[in-house]
Design a protein around this ligand. Sequence first.
Ligand code: PEP
Ligand code: CO
Length: 464
Amino acid sequence: MVTRIGEAAAHWRTRVAHQRPEWPSPAELGCVVDHLAAQAPLVTPEECDRLTERLAQVAAGGAFLFQGGDCAERFDLLSTQAIHGKLRLLQQVAVILAHASAGPVVTVGRIAGQYAKPRSRPTETVDGRTLPVYRGDAVNGTGFSQAERRPDPARLLRMYDASRHTLDVLRDFTRDGTDLHRLHKENEDFVSRSPAGERYGALAGRIGRALSSEDAHDGEPPGGTEVFASHEGLLLDYEAALTRRHPRTGRRYAGSGHMLWIGDRTRQLDGAHVAYFATIDNPIAVKLGPAGTPAQALALIDRLDPGRRPGRLTFIVRMGAHRVRDLLPELVEKVTASGAPVVWVCDPMHGNTFEAPSGHKTRRFDDILAEVTGFFEVHRALGTHPGGLHVELTGEDVTECVGGGAALGFDDLHRRYESACDPRLNVDQALDLAFQVAELFIPGTSGAVTPGAAVSAAAWTGPR
Ligand code: PEP
Ligand code: CO
């Protein structure tokens, strides 16, 4: 049982909340917030604490985080099949990375709450007509009309329902554990259809043998991998309405998802987002773009993790392929010297977005891989742990990013471009990335894959 927090924890309300939608009716917003405050939280403090424990292992260098999902989830794309597609892809990638890194992988979806978007401009102009920009299904609609683009607080209730539904599907999907052999078979299918199949075949073969050897040792099939839910905690009216105090421990948790992050545009030290995040006990992350300085990172640590609790704070860095090698070393060096046990994660998506000749927002697979490679190199040189990867992907065969094994080009983008916001990796591009990141763990792909790696990954997921 958890109770709602009182206004005493609402100090963040006195600060500026950047990117807050211009809700047209404060009274209507107030009704929605009261309604949300009476709802059950979507996640439990125990689940959030378990994720913090997992992330503490990442911070200590003994595990890897894989975080991925849509840039923006959509209310009208909630079929079980679509949700399963994303979860399966997350797990397929996790199996590859677990074996390559010879350690457990913590799998976290950008899922069940990723409905609000920060934007670089407040308006959008099409054919000379200017309207408010789309800010995520939690705020307004994608259609280019005055009615669609008007922020509507009732959408926050739909966000709650959609998140709850998605978490129900996620919990069903992961409850009995996933059959790692089935995931591996799907990875083998990818390898056989991939133009780079020969290159990936050796690693896929080693993963298959490691799985069989675990069976022989264990006598029972390995379980699946657990999946946690995360989203950007952008809409503080929504987040605060779902925040609850645990009556036994007195600690406060955002009830909207296991892990929340602060975006690169809302991480001002004196802003409302940092102030609100300081009041919750969930594992949290902050995105750091190229303007993020070591001094800012150190100040964020002091505000958000004064107790230096391993697993509490993750930095998701998104510098861009061309800048990561210049900007990351000083950041990592200074934070490491401070003794703060943060998790370092690479988001190779948001620093590498550009507009294709067709006008589609896109990203090059090679830039994405180059940024991850730079991230690994910087950590290797400093002797620190490249803790994880954060990507935008979908379980559908979309055409939003260019490159990858199938060499999608600009001319392919129009075929199936469905993202409401940023371009996502499709299934084959995500698996391509997983195999190539695996090679960063195992230079030359000749490293040994130990059966123990997958056993420990599986050990996290069985019935608990
Ligand atoms: C995002 O993750 O979709 C996003 C907007 O990222 P950032 O805050 O890093 O720009
Ligand atoms: Co995005």
